[in-house]
Design a protein around this ligand. Structure first.
Ligand SMILES: Cc1cc2nc3c(=O)[nH]c(=O)nc-3n(C[C@H](O)[C@H](O)[C@H](O)COP(=O)(O)OP(=O)(O)OC[C@H]3O[C@@H](n4cnc5c(N)ncnc54)[C@H](O)[C@@H]3O)c2cc1C
Length: 266
């Protein structure tokens, strides 16, 4: 039986889930990447509290999840005990792929062009404004490149390969394209783009999308982490220096929020 105590913030969709896949520290006496295990946790287990976070746009996509003496049978272990980092890396590659692959650039591009045609700027459709046309051309070029990168990753998957570091390129690209699209939409709308309720142009949809677009640069691993992965595993650059790499987790300096109070494994 595992007895889990701790807290996790940013857990997307936990308020809808029947099961959670958690990465838990199970050995404090080895360096931090070596002492963690991946465990499947039924979300109805006593001791779990899910608290949705309210975002700036009023939505609640993610949560704080609290574990208070949560007892989970050992057969919930995924992979080997203390080998959770390997499982987590595979999980994160798949997460990055799914985050990037759900992004339908074709649909967004079509709605951007339609928006530029129907929005009036200085007495003419915004699509005739030379600055807007440059932005649309840039967004379209990025969209095509993103499509081709996605096709390359899909081809690899169709050959049964496990998603590799190329997924980091896709994730980084998806965040970049998302921001480019939403900023272009705001540029088309001009100052009216910042309005944000049902009576606003386009019902405030582009302002909402702009705010949501920041999340993509963080969720599933930040842009900087994707760049580190690409630098190290694709370009073969020297590894990021990490003075904590060989220090047992117990001896690391930690804030109160990450302190492990208790871990029991029987
Ligand atoms: C919308 C959203 C949804 C999320 N959903 C989930 C979820 O469902 N499940 C889940 O487990 N997590 C989720 N997360 C958490 C997310 O995975 C983390 O926030 C993200 O990986 C960054 O980790 P961190 O917050 O600990 O930042 P930190 O690691 O503390 O990073 C802080 C800053 O330092 C930079 N940094 C850190 N290390 C390095 C380095 N080695 N080199 C260069 N720069 C560095 C980062 O890029 C960042 O800018 C979600 C986050 C968001 C925003």
């Amino acid at each position: 039986m595992f007895v889990i105590n701790g807290q996790k913030v940013w857990t997307s969709g936990a308020h809808y889930c029947d099961f959670g896949l958690g990465v838990f520290r199970t050995d404090l006496d080895v360096p931090k990447h070596r002492g963690i295990s991946t465990i499947v946790v039924p979300m109805s287990t006593p001791g779990i509290t899910v608290r949705p976070l309210r975002q700036i746009n009023g939505k609640s996509h993610f949560n704080e999840v609290f574990f208070n003496d949560v007892r989970v049978p050992v057969d919930g272990l995924l992979g080997d005990l203390n080998d959770g980092w390997r499982v987590a890396r595979t999980m994160m590659m798949n997460e990055r792929l799914s985050v990037a692959a759900v992004f339908s650039v074709g649909n967004v591009m079509a709605s951007l062009f339609a928006l530029a045609h129907r929005t009036e700027r200085e007495g003419a459709p915004a699509s005739e404004n030379p600055v807007i046309r440059q932005r649309l051309a840039r967004a379209y070029t990025l969209a095509r490149l993103f499509d081709l990168t996605t096709a390359r990753v899909r081809t690899g998957l169709a050959r049964d390969t496990i998603p590799g570091p190329e997924v980091s390129v896709l994730k980084l690209f998806a965040a970049l394209v998302g921001t480019e699209f939403t900023e272009t939409g705001m540029a088309v709308l001009g100052t009216a783009g910042g309005l944000w309720d049902d009576s606003a142009p386009e019902h405030g949809r582009w302002a909402d999308a702009l705010i949501e677009s920041f999340a993509m640069h963080i969720a599933g691993g930040t842009d900087e982490i994707q760049r580190n992965i690409i630098g190290e595993t694709v370009l073969g650059l020297p590894r990021d220096s990490n003075p904590e790499r060989d220090i047992p987790f117990r001896d690391l300096q930690r804030g109160v929020a990450t302190k492990i109070d208790r871990f029991t494994y029987t």
